[in-house]
Design a protein. Structure first.
Length: 239
């Protein structure tokens, strides 16, 4: 039986010999301290959890440990690493026998800086992405993703309208079918609905797998949309 090349990234854990200070960032974050062994899905892995649960800290550390720039981009983006936590030095990554053809860290919050860097390179990279809206530019980058890649996305929905999130879901599926692997930190119930995925919940007890319909994102969004007149009355009531 042939062994599958995916997932390109198979396990993420804290190295046994890592020097750890549990009283300071990032190991004072419960999900980081008690992360155990993350086993990414061959297709898509989602990081979910409350604001501040440690998703971006983890994704950034994985990206930097893979040799990608902390602000985002591919290995060809040569920018100084910005405010990177010590986590990437402590991670042990188990990789596939086959390297991905391409790796990219796409991060909505620092996309602007990466585009400025690309604009400053010698001509040849196509028109400036600065003349595109945030969401258009984000989708442009996603649509440039190619087969056999490993892609890390940090909160793609920050840039995308609901319609574009649906388009992103379809683009991700096309890429998965071309041997790509994704790890995505998100709050988007639209993206989280992707079926060939593992959803990992970051919270006070560490990192645990959860089913789509058991996520707070699904439950809260469904409840609000189904009952928004009552929910608004409750939320906006004078006490
Ligand atoms: N450089 C830093 N130094 C100290 N604490 C930090 C630093 N960066 C982030 N934190 C803290 O670490 C915690 C986790 O932050 P992180 O950005 O990883 O959360 P998140 O799960 O991605 O949140 P969100 O959903 O809001 O994006 C937060 O409490 C944050 O304030």
């Amino acid at each position: 039986m042939a062994i599958s090349a995916k997932p390109y990234l198979r396990e993420i854990s804290i190295a046994g010999d890592a020097e750890i200070d549990f009283d300071s960032y990032p190991f004072n974050i419960p999900a980081v301290r008690d992360m155990g062994v993350i086993e990414p899905h061959a297709d898509v892995t989602f990081f979910v959890g409350e604001n501040g649960a440690g998703k971006s800290t983890m994704l950034e550390a994985i990206a930097v440990a893979l040799g990608l720039p902390s602000e985002g981009g591919s290995r060809h983006v040569h920018r100084a690493q910005q405010d990177v936590s010590s986590l990437q030095n402590c991670l042990k990554l188990v990789k596939s026998f086959r390297k991905p053809a391409w790796s990219y860290f796409l991060r909505a919050e620092s996309l602007f800086n990466v585009f400025s860097y690309l604009d400053d390179l010698p001509p040849g990279g196509g028109p400036s992405k600065h003349i595109r809206s945030h969401g258009e530019a984000f989708m442009d980058v996603m649509l440039e993703f190619s087969a056999g890649g490993l892609y890390l996305l940090d909160e793609p929905e920050a840039a995308l309208s609901p319609n574009r999130q649906l388009a992103a879901l379809s683009a991700i599926d096309q890429l998965v079918k071309q041997d790509c692997q994704f790890i995505i930190a998100t709050h988007s119930p639209i993206l989280l609905s992707y079926p060939n995925a593992r959803i990992l919940q970051f919270d006070g007890s560490g990192i645990t797998e959860v089913a789509f319909e058991d996520t707070e994102h699904f439950a809260v969004t469904r409840d609000f949309l189904n009952h928004y007149p009552q929910r608004l009355k409750q939320l906006l009531a004078d006490d």
